[in-house]
Design a protein around this ligand. Structure first.
Ligand code: COA
Length: 320
């Protein structure tokens, strides 16, 4: 028994912010941003909250799967930008869906959040605890971005993606997840709840901070490594993999991974040009686009892989 993705959905805010628009706020240019990252525009939440985006993506995934919200036994949201410290985004999504029979909580693994949440649901399904669950990657990093810092504010966008997974004879084949807490400060964001009892200071807002080059080096090393590990553990030849659906942080990272894996770039679909890095949402948004475009056929082997703050990383091989 394994878990199969039977439906996908996604949501991005309507507001488009182009590189040229950003160039009016910070000292940057479309040429610099597109040349270094492949990003030309991103969607930024104006009215939308993280839980709203997550719930909209979830509704579309449930519809796509032909699954009623009441069938859901577990709702997991990979996110690091919930609207509240508590409750979880997952509990807010549960309410929006009317999924009264589910247990709901968030999984915190930054940009790897969707993969980590999916792996958790998969483990519950294999253990026979649950049969039907919903996994979501949703982030609104525009709220955590210092819009005066050109080295980070050009990279991210907001959005959510979701997948319904059900117990089945085929589906997820193998996963590998990893983390290295020793390198937590390579990419981090101070908590918004740092009011201090000791000195009576009011809570301050925290912005995300990143050592871009360290993240780049880590990603191009770890992503191929964990993909190779998944292939080895599942006794799969890399040529059997039809698509590599990777975290959409930077096209140069995807290019470098393809090169290291000795695979043609056309096996690596990309959409960061339109959405930027939507953190935990990149993989499920891309998967949903491919699903709705009819690019995924039953029996296709797809490799998902992500990386992010923690540091965290993961890869998952599945049969569509
Ligand atoms: N526009 C114009 N110039 C910029 C800029 C911007 N938005 N951001 C930085 N620069 C400048 C720097 O100030 C620096 O100038 P200097 O040489 O005068 O000091 C120069 O560009 C080079 O900066 P550097 O940081 O060395 O660039 P880079 O080639 O490493 O590219 C990233 C920066 C962020 C694009 C790249 O490191 C990267 O993609 N890293 C991975 C980040 C990531 O994926 N994070 C999410 C993980 S989930």
């Amino acid at each position: 028994m394994t878990g199969k993705i039977i439906g996908t959905g996604s949501y991005v805010p309507a507001r488009i912010v182009t590189n040229d628009e950003l160039a009016q706020i910070v000292d940057t240019s479309d040429e610099w941003i597109a040349g270094r990252t492949g990003i030309r525009q991103r969607r930024i939440a104006v009215e939308e909250s993280t839980s709203y985006m997550a719930a909209e993506a979830a509704k579309r995934a449930l519809e796509n799967a032909g699954t009623d919200a009441e069938e859901l036994e577990l709702i997991l949201v990979g996110t690091t930008s919930g609207d509240h410290c508590f409750p979880s985004v997952a509990c807010e999504v549960q309410a929006a869906l009317g999924a009264g029979n589910a247990v709901a909580y968030d999984v915190s693994a930054a940009c790897s959040g969707f993969l980590f949440a999916m792996d958790t649901l998969w483990a519950f399904i294999r253990a026979g605890v649950y049969k039907t669950g919903l996994v979501i990657g949703a982030d609104c990093l525009s709220k955590l971005t210092d819009w005066r810092d050109r080295s980070t504010c050009v990279l991210f966008g907001d959005g959510a993606g979701a997948a319904v997974m059900k117990a089945a004879d085929s589906g997820l084949i193998q996963t590998v997840m990893g983390s290295d807490g020793n390198r937590w400060n390579v990419l981090s964001c101070v908590s918004r709840t740092n009011g201090s009892f000791a000195d009576g200071k009011a809570p301050q807002l925290g912005f995300l901070h990143m050592d871009g080059q360290e993240v780049f080096k880590f990603a191009v090393k770890k992503v191929p490594e964990c993909i190779h590990q998944v292939l080895e553990e599942s006794d799969t030849d890399i040529e059997q993999v039809k698509y590599f659906v990777l975290h959409q942080a930077n096209y140069r990272i995807v290019e470098a991974v393809a090169k290291r894996l000795k695979q043609p770039l056309d096996k690596f679909p990309m959409n960061m040009e339109y959405y930027g890095n939507t953190s935990a949402a990149t993989v499920p948004i891309l998967l949903d686009e491919m699903n709705r475009e009819g690019r995924l056929k039953p029996g296709d082997r797809i490799m998902l892989s992500g990386f992010g703050a923690g540091l965290t990383w993961g890869a998952a091989l599945l049969e569509w």
